[in-house]
Design a protein. Structure first.
Length: 235
């Protein structure tokens, strides 16, 4: 549980205060300075928590959405859903976790800049990874990458559609999401057919042999700053 005087609580106060300014100033240093003043958090602490100012605030806001999605998904009974519906539901929960559409719009603009495009791509990948992990994905081979790459495309395109959607209850967005998921399922069906086709298997035997050696990245837990993670309680 988050302690009221912890760095995490201070970061939340700064981020909450920033949301009052993002619509006018974007995820900028001006927003960061105003948020520090409004939150009452010590300026030195705020700078340590968000060393890149507005950029780190935007990153924190995106990751807060991932956390809220995981919490909402953990409370959902998925047993009666088809797997494709579970994925669509997770994406919808992630989008609905956002309370301020203008904050997302400003973040999309920020991460579209060449300077921050790589950071934005990492955040989208992180969201896709969070969704697959929450759904119990156990893949460790090439599928670990392809699942997240495909879902990254689905999620990012759906967010862009949602930003311009004024339909009642954003129903047009959820219809769009269903179509994208259906496209993915058709693609997966074609992949499965190719794997079973003798001619395709013969042609792809070389590349497939190489791809069998691709594995999910694993970060060693004995690196500086991580060695004690194994002893910490899971949140």
């Amino acid at each position: 549980m988050e302690q009221p005087n912890s760095p995490e609580a201070a970061a939340d106060r700064v981020l909450d205060a920033a949301l009052m300014h993002v619509a006018f100033d974007g995820w900028t240093d001006a927003t960061f300075r105003a948020a520090v003043l409004d939150s009452g958090v010590d300026a030195a602490l705020a700078k340590a928590l968000f060393p890149r100012g507005g950029l780190d605030l935007a990153i924190a806001y995106h990751r807060r959405g991932d956390t809220l999605m995981r919490e909402a998904l953990a409370k959902t009974d998925l047993s009666s859903m088809r797997f494709r519906d579970r994925v669509a539901h997770a994406v919808r929960l992630r989008i609905e976790a956002v309370e301020d559409r203008e904050a997302v719009r400003r973040g999309t603009t920020l991460f579209a800049l060449p300077l921050h495009a790589a950071e934005g791509a990492r955040l989208i990948w992180g969201t896709a990874d969070a969704i697959w992990d929450a759904l119990g994905d156990a893949s460790r081979d090439l599928n670990w990458y392809t699942k997240r790459a495909t879902l990254s495309g689905v999620y990012s395109s759906t967010v862009l559609y949602w930003l311009g959607d004024d339909s009642l209850g954003h129903q047009a967005t959820w219809d769009f999401l269903d179509r994208r998921i259906e496209d993915v399922m058709r693609f997966e069906k074609v992949k499965a057919q190719l794997r079973e086709n003798p001619l395709s298997k013969a042609i792809l035997s070389g590349p497939l042999k190489f791809m069998e050696n691709i594995r999910k990245p694993v970060v060693p837990d004995d690196l500086p700053g991580r060695v004690m993670d194994r002893f910490r309680p899971k949140s």
